[in-house]
Design a protein around this ligand. Structure first.
Ligand SMILES: [Zn+2]
Ligand SMILES: [Zn+2]
Ligand SMILES: [Zn+2]
Ligand SMILES: [Zn+2]
Ligand SMILES: [Zn+2]
Ligand SMILES: [Zn+2]
Ligand SMILES: [Zn+2]
Ligand SMILES: [Zn+2]
Length: 473
């Protein structure tokens, strides 16, 4: 009767009481025919019936993540909300310094890095090493950024002689991580013991509302280290590969390497004189790629690589993706790192827009117009996002000749950035001049003296993107 085109919309399946999606079993039906989730059933329904028929239907639906408003685009399957939510990098978390330093910051998981760099740089360390005075109660929280990024929270209690600590890694989805602890006497560096540390977990709000739960018995340690007054404690975290990563070990993908960057080739790949390069190298503004041609998707090597599994190259992501869409994922991955063109700090792609706006850089979407650039007499910084690429443009009109710099990590291959100059005279019929800005990362000087006379005094500039090329240089 319905045919095969029946479409189910998640918004039609919400709990009658709490209005949350009915995205996990069991689902109940009340006597007055309302669908109720398992959280609400006890306090709201006297005689519930389990609605198994509905559960069977809902297995076919994908539900949008609750953190959609914060940027998550993932949809999870019926019954898998918990699993997604635990690794959703858009979930909202408190600042790790909330308890010990009173910071009230709240934000997206993926933004912790930036927040800590900006507001707690004094609490950032290169090593997880700290000195404990055995005659003093102490508690402290600090963050270690040394390739791994984790928070250490500890408290030393004189009464019990116990040091309690937690280590939490800022990755939403980690396999079990182990830690090692080295304890060294402050007065005698040769007095040293090494013990197995507690398990490191993914950072979450709950974790830092609790008291740390891993313990070191300082009374015992003190005896072993010949009674020092202070002890150096250092943690080493051994990050283990995500369990999924085992799927990726493949002789095939390891065999084909890019001749430029020697990383494993991922589709699409480019060839010239039997040399293969990866798309990152091909689209990098720093590499000359004339003569390189894309290998057809139906060629045997493309078909081979399309079937491979790859792990996302972005640290902290770890998703496993098929060869035909891995590059697409990596480019739009919320964990992709971008080095800010203004301050040189590394930041995750998902916060880049906000970051540039905080620098006072003006954001534009489709086009940017500036009247009378010659008369501007200042530095103007603008940026846009095109297919996940930050395109950062500096227009310097302080000197006599305006100069212009365009910066971006990779070339967006479907589009060209066009700069159009137009005479500012009201009634002027003079045609505008268009330039394709291909010299990424290089400075282009607008020599107004080379421009038609009409442009000498006042020229309006417009930047926009075009998928076709109709320009005169
Ligand atoms: Zn409910
Ligand atoms: Zn999510
Ligand atoms: Zn904070
Ligand atoms: Zn502190
Ligand atoms: Zn390469
Ligand atoms: Zn990724
Ligand atoms: Zn910056
Ligand atoms: Zn004119």
């Amino acid at each position: 009767m319905f045919g095969s085109a029946i479409k189910l919309h998640p918004e039609d399946f919400v709990c009658a009481v709490c209005k949350n999606y009915l995205s996990s079993a069991p689902i109940y039906l009340s006597e007055d025919s309302r669908d109720i989730c398992s959280d609400c059933v006890q306090s709201n329904v006297d005689k519930p019936y389990r609605n198994v028929a509905l559960e069977k239907i809902l297995v076919k639906i994908f539900f949008p993540c609750k953190n959609q408003t914060y940027g998550c685009t993932t949809a999870y399957k019926f019954g898998e909300e918990e699993e997604h939510r635990s690794k959703c990098c858009f979930k909202q978390v408190h600042c790790p310094f909330r308890r010990n330093h009173g910071c009230q910051w709240n934000g997206t998981y993926g933004k912790i890095h930036e927040h800590v760099n900006k507001d707690h740089d004094k609490l950032l360390k290169k090593h997880a090493k700290f000195l404990i005075n055995l005659n003093q109660n102490e508690k402290h929280t600090f963050i270690v950024s040394n390739g791994n990024f984790f928070v250490v929270d500890y408290m030393n209690d004189l009464n019990s002689g116990i040091l309690k600590y937690n280590i939490a890694i800022f990755e939403p989805n980690i396999a079990e991580q182990k830690s090692t602890i080295k304890l060294v006497s402050e007065c005698d560096p040769d007095s040293m013991i090494q013990i197995k540390g507690g398990e490191c977990v993914s950072y979450s709000n709950e974790l830092f509302e609790w008291i740390p739960e891993n313990i070191i018995d300082l009374n015992k340690t003190k005896l072993l280290l010949n009674n020092p007054t202070s002890i150096w404690i250092s943690f080493t975290v051994q990050v283990q590969q995500n369990a999924n990563a085992k799927l990726v070990k493949s002789k095939i993908s390891d065999f084909f390497k890019c001749v430029q960057c020697s990383s494993n080739l991922k589709l699409p790949i480019f060839e010239h004189n039997n040399k293969l390069i990866c798309s990152y190298c091909y689209y990098s503004p720093r590499i000359t790629k004339e003569n390189f041609k894309m290998i057809a998707p139906d060629s045997s090597i493309s078909r081979l690589l399309a079937e491979e599994n790859y792990q996302c190259r972005n640290k902290h992501c770890g998703q496993i993706i098929k060869g035909n869409s891995i590059v697409k994922h990596e480019i739009s991955c919320p964990f992709r790192l971008h080095k800010c063109f203004v301050c040189d700090n590394e930041l995750v792609q998902s916060v880049a827009k906000e970051h540039y706006i905080n620098h006072g850089v003006e954001y534009f979407t489709d086009e940017y117009n500036q009247k009378n650039v010659n008369g501007m007499h200042k530095l103007r910084k603008i940026f846009t996002l095109l297919e996940n690429e930050i395109i950062y443009i500096t227009i310097n009109c302080i000197g006599i000749q305006p100069t212009l710099k365009v910066q971006q990590d990779f070339v967006v291959h479907n589009y060209k950035l066009i700069m159009e100059l137009k005479c500012a005279h009201n009634q002027c019929q003079f045609p505008s001049e268009k330039y394709v800005l291909n010299a990424y990362g290089q400075t282009t000087t607008l020599l107004t003296s080379n421009l038609p006379k009409c442009f000498h005094e006042q020229v309006n500039v417009k930047f926009y993107f075009s998928s076709s090329i109709l320009c005169n240089n």
